[in-house]
Design a protein around this ligand. Structure first.
Ligand SMILES: Cc1ncc(COP(=O)(O)O)c(C=O)c1O
Length: 362
């Protein structure tokens, strides 16, 4: 290995880069196959509806201009839609952008951020990037152990990161459970409820905006247009929180990171919810089909509350993932634990189920 160029911060030198899900083209090249399908990044299988596609094309024609750094129109539309004041909303470069803003705002070297693990792989990257210390709590039956999260709090804890539904396990916690945590821990700890997959979850789990935000100023809820609204490539996430938190995290938003085409697309999506909702319903119906097929084959997937299913494959995870991939079905392995499979189109889901039956049993 050569000498490092410049004096890289030790926190960055020690960091493993975020690994996105493998693409279909890469799998085709690696295995010398054609017709691979990607069920590895929890994307929406549907292209944007016509009204949204038209708004994107219109924005593209003006791409010589910067977008609105503060996304004023989109914030205000989101505030109306959600039913809160627009001072409580901010928009980021994907919800992962908001996660990074949160870490930049709250974490100094030596501070602690707690999150259950397995969870979203961007959490360790963002926390370690700041020189802060991740404190993880184990899952129980693929679910969060909220008492363990509360017990992990120390006087160095600054953030708690809770993805619900969780990626990769697909399990969710209720607002009652989050409320208990918020009542238990000091209120100078900021709690992120990352609802990237909210639209796929059981509404009976509650809505943190109405159930918790009025009583807890230290709560920040993030949501996204990437998953249910099918705009992953345009990077629009948003947060709902106290206006003071909005003001602080807005300071570290990279200039114009919330791009103009994304803002136009998100606004158009809010105007086209009647066209988008049936697609969400279709993904949910497909999820039911996939879970039923897996269960009747003898697999024991945890309750699936997002647009993917989690298959506990334990020590066989890498082997099964590779066997699927060689047959053109690209999934996301979590070595030694399980495989995450995104719900795709009807044909893709059927192909996954048929291929899995060929390569492995429970
Ligand atoms: C739990 C969770 N949060 C956030 C994100 C990021 O989504 P976005 O596209 O809004 O940055 C993902 C994406 O995979 C996720 O799984």
């Amino acid at each position: 290995m050569g000498m490092a160029i410049g004096r890289v911060r030790p926190s960055i030198e020690a960091l493993a880069a975020y690994r996105p899900g493998k693409g279909a083209a890469q799998a085709e090249q690696e295995h010398g196959i054609t017709n691979a399908i990607k069920l590895a990044s929890n994307e929406n299988p549907y292209a944007p509806v016509p009204a949204v596609a038209a708004a994107i094309a219109d924005a593209a024609s003006q791409a010589n201009r910067y977008g609105d750094h503060r996304a004023v129109e989109l914030r205000s539309a989101l505030a109306d839609w959600i039913g809160v004041e627009s001072e409580r909303i901010t928009v980021g470069c994907g919800s992962v952008g908001l996660l990074q803003q949160l870490c930049l705002t709250y974490l100094d070297p030596g501070d602690e951020a707690i999150y259950p693990w397995l969870s979203f792989e961007a959490y360790p990257v963002c926390v370690k990037m700041m020189g802060a210390t991740p404190v993880t709590t184990p899952l129980v039956d693929h679910r969060f152990d909220m008492a363990a999260v509360a017990d992990a709090v120390t006087d160095r804890t600054k953030l708690v990161l809770l993805a619900t539904p969780n990626n990769p396990t697909g399990t969710a916690v209720s607002t009652d459970e989050i409320g208990t945590l918020l009542e238990t821990i000091p209120d100078d700890i900021v709690v992120l409820v990352d609802e990237a997959y909210r639209e796929f979850a059981d509404p009976g789990l509650g809505d943190p905006v109405t159930d918790l935000l009025p009583r807890h100023r230290n709560l920040i809820i993030t949501r996204t247009f990437s998953k249910a609204y099918g705009l992953a490539g345009l990077r629009i996430g948003y947060a709902i929180t106290d206006p003071e938190i909005v003001a602080e995290i807005d300071k570290v938003l990279l200039a114009f990171a919330v791009n103009s085409a994304g803002q136009a697309a998100a606004l158009a999506a809010l105007g086209a919810l009647d066209d988008i909702q049936p697609k969400i319903e279709h993904i949910l119906a497909e999820r039911t089909k996939v879970v039923a097929a897996l269960t009747s084959a003898g697999w024991k997937p945890p309750p699936a509350e997002a647009n993917f299913v989690y298959l506990p494959t334990g020590d066989r995870t890498d082997e099964i993932c590779l066997a699927l991939e060689r047959r053109g079905v690209v999934t996301r392995p979590f070595s030694g634990d399980g495989l995450r499979i995104t719900i795709g189109s009807e044909a893709e889901n059927t192909r996954f189920l048929d291929t899995l039956a060929e390569v492995a049993g429970p």
